[in-house]
Design a protein around this ligand. Structure first.
Ligand SMILES: Cc1cn([C@H]2C[C@H](O)[C@@H](COP(=O)(O)OP(=O)(O)OP(=O)(O)O)O2)c(=O)[nH]c1=O
Length: 190
């Protein structure tokens, strides 16, 4: 019987994997998330996803482990989670009326090997008023999310258009992950 572990503390990633009706355990990784600035966004999210899955995989060598990492990129600058109100405000002002890219990297560790990939989705925001930004920050939603917003929640009112997999923005490109899991040898009931 194969065992699947999601190496994440993110409630969103848990929910996305639960949508597939799979049985899995959760083991949040304590991997170091600091990065040098020389990596491209795609390399950065794959590297961090990989640290998460490998840390957990080392403790569970017979399991399949999924790690994932998400960043927002605007004009070459990587935006992670805002550390406070003023950082959230400057991120949302920066994204207002513009198009940015959301990169999610995924690493799948199997008992034999590791596979990594990334997906990118472009998101265009409506122009936002100061009052809208203020109300959104007061909701508390920006603080545990890359780029300071969540497309799946209250933040849905910010978004004008997306191009790419919606689930890449939420934190796990589900369809590609299923395909890569199968390729890695994990047996799915579908
Ligand atoms: C842009 C965007 C990000 N996010 C979230 C997804 C990720 O959880 C988070 C980015 O932080 P991550 O560091 O990728 O993940 P995490 O710390 O939440 O969880 P873990 O490392 O334990 O797996 O931002 C949304 O939920 N909605 C969005 O629209």
């Amino acid at each position: 019987m194969q065992n699947l572990i999601l190496a994440s503390a993110s409630p969103r990633r848990k929910e996305l994997l639960q949508n597939l009706h799979l049985t899995f355990d959760i083991s949040a990784s304590d991997a170091d998330e600091s990065l040098g600035s020389f990596l491209s966004p795609a390399e950065a999210v794959m590297e961090l996803a990989s640290r998460k899955s490998l840390t957990v995989g080392a403790k569970h060598p017979d399991s399949f482990v999924i790690g994932s990492d998400t960043v927002v990129v605007h004009e070459g600058t990587i935006l992670g989670k805002p550390k406070g109100v003023s950082e959230a405000e400057s991120m949302l002002k920066r994204l207002s009326g513009n198009t940015h890219s959301v990169y999610t990297g995924v690493s799948i560790v199997s008992p034999e090997a590791e596979t990594r990939f990334f997906e990118k989705t472009d998101v265009t925001f409506w122009g936002l008023s100061d009052a809208e930004i203020d109300a959104y920050i007061k909701s508390g939603e920006p603080f545990d999310k890359a780029g300071g917003y969540g497309i799946q929640g209250f933040g849905s009112f910010l978004v004008k258009e997306i191009s790419g997999d919606y689930y890449t923005v939420v934190g796990l490109p589900v369809a590609r992950t299923v395909r890569e899991l199968k390729r890695a040898g994990f047996i799915l009931p579908f």
